[in-house]
Design a protein around this ligand. Structure first.
Ligand code: KG4
Ligand code: ZN
Length: 335
């Protein structure tokens, strides 16, 4: 059998990315143009600004991705073209999806629409192939999902957040502490310097595997206000450490319940928040305790990028599961 190269696009939020992935697990190129700086002064992503950036960058990242992978004759060298079609911002998704569909049409290649969440989960494939049944912990700025995978390319959400996503909580608490958006990485660095000795309660949601982070965010806000009223200076590092500890405890609690009920063979960790070293340690300890194989998305592939979309697309490609060129974006796509 010969190699299968897939050209993949990702543009669901604030990264414009194109990548060429070989056989679902070897990166030949992965170009990511980030627009974070343009959104920082607004404290979050401005959809209209994001769309314009994608439009401005999509050609350049595509050319660069093809060049780095030495693709000179797409029609013979590539096996398929893939693009994220949801979930995400409608105007942002449209740019990558249109680029992908157009490229596929012009070069007479099959097209594969990819779910962004499946992409984050599939970033683990760059480390090791998955053994099924598996359970994925998908934690990002927009999502917090526990995903059950009975077999390859089958995804079922068994737990989700009832309010804020884990990354969103990091960003909102970071904002309370005066940090720039997105605050996750800086929060982690502050947490490393602080003591987790402030008690922030974690929500015990009724449904077994669901999460809730908005109460935790309010608890931090109340604490900061309270200390200010008493004219006490807060130790931001301690707040970050205590908050991070609470988030991780909440995640581990629900994942533990899910492991015991579903008995997976393997555990996967992906999404922007999967870059968090303290979370990685906690999940590693849990996997050890239950003697589960754990595959974590590489830190540099935890955030949004097109390589992970190429990895997920390969799973569909193997099943000859192609999409029509009439595929539309689906901003609230689940699985
Ligand atoms: O997956 P991603 O790049 O975009 C979405 O699909 O949402 O995730 C971005 C999120 C942001 O909320 C960011 O603050 C968070 O991931 N994040 C982190 C860390 N690095 C990024 N959160 C905690 N610790 C980190 N080291
Ligand atoms: Zn993402």
């Amino acid at each position: 059998s010969h190699d299968n190269l897939i050209l993949a696009f990702e543009s669901s939020a604030d990264e414009t990315s194109a990548s060429v992935v070989k056989n679902g697990h070897i990166i030949l190129s992965n170009i990511v143009a980030t627009q974070i700086a343009s959104h920082q002064r607004f404290g979050g992503i401005v959809p209209e600004v994001a769309s314009r950036h994608h439009l401005e960058w999509i050609d350049r990242v595509t050319q660069e991705a093809l060049m780095q992978a030495h693709i000179t004759d797409p029609e013979t060298q590539l096996s398929a073209v893939a693009a994220t079609f949801g979930p995400g911002l409608v105007g942002s998704l449209l740019i990558g999806l249109m680029a992908g569909k157009t490229f596929a049409m012009v070069h007479n290649l099959p097209f594969i629409g990819v779910n962004h969440l499946a992409g984050h989960i599939s970033a683990a494939n760059f480390v090791k192939a998955t053994v099924y049944p598996a359970m994925a912990i998908m934690v990002s700025g927009g999502h917090t999902e526990l995903v059950w995978m009975a077999k390859e390319n089958v995804f079922q959400i068994i737990g989700t957040t009832l309010d804020d996503a884990a990354g969103e909580a990091f960003d909102k608490v970071g904002r309370i502490l005066g940090l720039k958006y997105p605050a996750g990485k800086e929060m982690q660095e502050m947490a490393q310097k602080g003591h987790a000795d402030i008690h922030f309660p974690i929500a015990h949601t009724e449904a077994d595997f669901d999460f809730s982070f908005s109460g935790l965010k309010s608890a931090v806000l109340n604490y900061v206000h309270h200390e200010k009223q008493l004219d006490r200076t807060i130790n931001k590092n301690d707040v970050a450490a205590s908050f991070q500890k609470a988030v991780i405890e909440a995640i581990i609690e629900k994942v533990t319940l899910a492991i015991e009920k579903f008995q997976p063979q393997q555990l996967l960790l992906g999404g922007g928040v999967a870059a968090n070293l303290a979370l990685r340690c906690a999940v590693e300890d849990l996997a050890m305790k239950y003697q589960l194989v754990l595959t974590e998305a590489p830190i540099e592939l935890s955030g949004d990028n097109a390589a992970m979309i190429g990895a997920a697309a390969f799973l569909a490609y193997k099943q000859k599961h192609f999409s029509g060129l009439d595929l539309n974006v689906d901003p609230s796509l689940n699985f």
